[in-house]
Design a protein around this ligand. Structure first.
Ligand SMILES: Nc1ncnc2c1ncn2[C@@H]1O[C@H](COP(=O)(O)OP(=O)(O)OP(=O)(O)O)[C@@H](O)[C@H]1O
Length: 602
């Protein structure tokens, strides 16, 4: 019982928190929707009442053998047709209002989701699969859950109005009739609500399956995988995986939905008995002449409306349940604390950095994983270029993630001119960094915007854009397009598709457009470039990195010759540190790697 009470409290809290939030999204549409729907709630009662009047007038005329005059009939006819017409006329307007409301609610909630996501400064949330599952579910259902919450609430209101008016019509005949029918319906409401809750929670628990289904669909239906799917003939394989995930999800849902339907339909029999009994009672009374024919008609119609609206009421109540649970999950997301402690406003960034960036016994492990970095200590001196080499999985990219504070070290510290990175203002720190990640973005925007993402000022400063274009050596590429910098890129919205290497050059331009950054991070920046482009880029390397502290991660050892120092990482440890010549003289890991590559060229 106390469990039920807690549940009820959580539910009502989420409901009442949702209302002001939805209200701010579209107050005008909500007012109109409520007004139209509630007004529609009165209309059935109006037509039932007019029908009764018509029947009674006809019956009296028949018994007294009087002529029915137009003066009596026409107002009744107008009233009856008017009520019917209003109901039909208002429906399209209600639908149009709901459409507009849905657009606004979806945009409002989606923006709130994005605003919250913006407050996560690190990557840990996005790499936590449970959290990611929940976020996906919220995002998928944003198009209908908030709207349905309002629609169901308003419908509840409408059904309630109709119910109250029908009760008003029924009570003069027999006060106990609505009471009996309502009581017979209560068990159905309670049981259905319980199942509604269980079904939603099960859906939530099973969201990894739902996400897998979505993933397999995207593998089959998007262009990113189209080549391999066809070459390796993988369609059936992915469809099988999809079916497996579907069956796991569907099995538990089907069972619960079946149970819910069984109990709801069984309990519906109870309310049918209530109705049947009331019907028998009224017809008997009419036979005895205690009720007029109009009253019998009024009774039968009111009872039908009463029953229909009661069912509608229960249905809306159940759906509302699911909608509120969605909103509750949404609020859980909004209330989730940020995963990284931030120093606000934080200490100012030394400009320029004078003594350097120091890693002091830094250890790092990803959540639920082993150590990715162990006991790393070094200093990056201002203006120097350090190349980091090492096998796949050695920890090179992780090191860059710590430097950009996409994660904090698990143990140890990173110091910038002696100040702990955690105490610096994060936003300002990131403004000091530029670079190219291994998995750089390919945005479906114009070429100009793709570059300016590195420094949005460039949208208004053509000279800055020109500077980045020249530095990344893409003047010819830009000039090749008739629309130049304004050429839309990416296939998503019908833009021009670039080659892998051209995209990478664009990513380099994006890095260079952040001209004032002190730190340049290049994680495999030439992996997709042709030998000539790569050669030309490295020829200008000194000029490109002028005035910046640079970290270059690369597997092509020829390019590390540009570096002042080379770090060799192995299984998360920094095992060697020195110039190319020093490391070759030492004859350890670096020498082995160097000789392996040199042999290939020979
Ligand atoms: N998001 C993550 N969650 C858990 N483990 C991760 C994550 N990213 C990387 N790792 C693990 O951390 C280790 C270091 O990975 P990292 O990406 O830093 O290697 P790398 O040296 O950059 O490799 P590569 O040369 O292949 O790019 C690897 O064992 C990897 O499996």
């Amino acid at each position: 019982m106390s469990d039920l009470r807690i549940w009820f409290e959580v539910y009502t809290k989420a409901l009442f928190r949702s209302l002001p939030l939805l209200w701010t999204a579209a107050p005008k549409e909500i007012v109109f929707l409520v007004a139209v729907t509630l007004f529609q709630g009165f209309l059935p009662a109006l037509s039932v009442w007019i029908t009764k009047l018509v029947v009674d007038t006809v019956a009296t005329a028949l018994s007294t053998r009087e002529e029915l005059g137009y003066a009596t009939l026409v107002p009744l006819l107008i009233g009856w047709v008017g009520a019917l017409l209003l109901q039909t006329l208002l429906d399209p307007w209600r639908l149009a209002l709901q459409g507009n409301l849905n657009d606004k609610l979806t945009a409002h909630i989606s923006l709130m989701l994005m605003s919250k996501a913006k407050t996560f400064p690190d990557l840990s949330r996005f790499e936590d699969s449970k959290f990611y599952d929940e976020l996906q579910l919220l995002q998928e259902q944003v198009r209908y859950q908030p709207l349905n919450l309002l629609a169901n609430l308003v419908e509840l209101g409408r059904s309630f109005v109709t119910l109250v008016v029908m009760v008003g019509l029924l009570i003069p005949l027999a006060f106990w009739i609505p009471l009996v029918i309502a009581i017979a319906t209560v068990p159905q409401v309670v049981v259905s609500s319980q199942y509604g809750k269980t079904i939603w929670l099960t859906l939530f628990e099973n969201s990894p399956y739902a996400r897998r289904m979505q993933y397999y669909t995207s593998v089959m239906l998007t262009d990113s995988y189209a080549k391999e799917i066809r070459l390796f003939q993988l369609s059936s394989f992915f469809m099988k995986l999809y079916l497996q995930a579907f069956q796991s999800l569907h099995q538990s849902m089907r069972y619960l939905r079946g149970k819910q339907a069984f109990w709801s339909s069984s309990l519906a029999v109870l309310s049918a008995f209530g109705n049947g009994f009331a019907f028998y009672w009224v017809v008997k009374k009419a036979f005895r002449g205690e009720f007029s024919p109009g009253s019998v008609l009024l009774f039968v119609q009111s009872l039908t409306y009463f029953q229909q609206n009661l069912e509608g009421f229960v249905g809306n109540w159940l759906e509302l349940f699911e909608n509120v649970l969605y909103m509750q999950q949404f609020f859980n997301f909004l209330d989730s604390t940020i995963s990284m402690p931030l120093s606000i406003p934080g200490e100012k960034i030394p400009t320029p950095i004078r003594s350097g960036i120091t890693f002091e016994k830094v250890h790092f492990r990803y959540p639920d994983s082993g150590w990715a970095l162990k006991d790393i200590s070094f200093t990056l001196y201002p203006g120097e270029t350090v190349a980091i080499v090492g096998e796949n999985g050695a920890g090179k990219t992780t090191l860059v993630k710590l430097l950009t504070r996409l994660y904090d070290p698990t143990k140890g510290r990173i110091l910038v001119d002696g100040i702990d990175l955690k105490n610096l203002n994060l936003e300002q720190w990131r403004q000091q960094i530029t670079g190219v990640f291994q998995d750089f973005g390919r945005y479906a925007l114009t070429l100009r915007e793709n570059i300016a993402l590195g420094n949005l000022e460039a949208l208004e400063r053509p000279e800055l854009l020109k500077y980045a274009i020249e530095k990344a050596d893409i003047v010819n590429l830009v000039n090749r397009f008739p629309t130049g910098e304004n050429t839309p890129l990416g296939k998503q919205f019908g833009g021009t598709e670039l080659s892998g290497g051209q995209w990478q050059k664009l990513a380099l331009a994006r890095a260079f457009v952040r001209k004032e950054a002190q730190l340049l991070l290049l994680d495999e920046p030439t992996a997709a470039l042709d030998p000539r482009s790569e050669y030309e880029l490295y020829l200008r390397f000194v000029e490109l990195t002028q005035g910046k502290t640079t970290i270059l991660i690369t597997h092509r050892l020829a390019s590390v010759l540009m570096a002042d120092r080379i770090f060799v990482l192995k299984a998360g440890r920094l095992i060697e540190d020195g110039t190319h010549d020093e490391l070759l003289q030492r004859g350890d890991e670096y020498t082995t790697l160097w000789n392996m590559q040199a042999k290939q060229y020979r």
